[in-house]
Design a protein around this ligand. Structure first.
Ligand code: FES
Length: 244
């Protein structure tokens, strides 16, 4: 069998009809990245474990009755993959619409307007209306932390923040809680973030694809503190305010 320079075994696969050789054991998504083939993703993030939750990255694999999530499906010898087909595009778009059906559509008011991965995908897939109407979650915005604002209404449950907090920072301040429609990412016991073991590192903000986690505006905090002197205590624990 062929091997890479590092001694890894290579397998031959076919992506959109093109024969390529990739290291054995990589996922379809990783193989496509190596071949510069774009596959949209949401819950996948380089450097974190993958769990295949959002199903935006689905592809067709010959012989498989259902589409597979490319971020969690390893390649195997002779695999024939289709990354662009009507079926694939429709499934990705439907999954996206389902996420948007339970997401606020007030992008203009969101901190991440213009840098939101969900918004970018909606443009990419030409989503102009939401076909699925139904109950929407409504949570109070958690502003208890001196550094992280948590708006669960904007959360798409990709879990990137949970994995960043656990796998990169080893803090374990947040996790999935509840089930089904009530699933939420929250500190344990449903406590506000400000009362959790969060260390205010802000890494979860960087991994969040939407406006669910964002930086606390220190200007707003200063105004709050002026109105309520008790809040100066919180201000002293907040990261330094940059004055430019
Ligand atoms: Fe693969 Fe979310 S990116 S399932």
């Amino acid at each position: 069998a062929k091997k890479t320079e590092m001694g890894e075994k290579l397998v031959t696969i076919f992506i959109d009809g093109r024969e390529v050789q990739v290291p054995d054991g990589v996922t379809i998504l990783e193989a496509c990245k190596m071949e510069k083939i774009h596959i949209p993703t949401l819950c996948y993030m380089e450097g974190l474990s993958s769990w295949g939750g959002c199903r935006i990255c689905v592809v067709e694999v010959e012989g498989q009755p259902n589409l597979v999530a490319s971020c969690v499906t390893p390649v195997r010898e002779g695999m024939k993959i289709r990354t662009v087909s009507k079926k694939v595009r429709e499934a990705r778009k439907t999954n996206l619409e389902l996420l948007l059906s339970n997401h606020p559509l007030d992008c203009q008011l969101c901190d991440r307007n213009g840098s939101c991965e969900l918004q970018e995908l909606a443009y990419e897939f030409g989503v102009r209306e939401i076909r699925f109407q139904g109950e929407r979650k409504t949570y109070e915005v958690d502003q208890s932390s001196p550094s992280v604002k948590r708006d669960a209404n904007r959360c798409i449950l990709c879990g990137r923040c949970v994995r960043t907090c656990a796998e990169v920072q080893t803090v374990f301040a947040i996790d999935f809680a509840n089930r089904s429609f009530d699933t939420i990412i929250s500190p344990s016991l449903g406590l506000p973030l400000g009362q959790s073991v969060c260390v205010n590192c802000g890494q979860c903000i960087l991994s969040c694809p939407t406006g669910a986690l964002s930086e606390v505006s220190h200007i707003e905090m200063v105004w709050d503190a002026i109105e309520d002197p008790d809040k100066f205590v919180i201000l002293q624990t907040a990261p330094a305010i940059r004055v430019s």
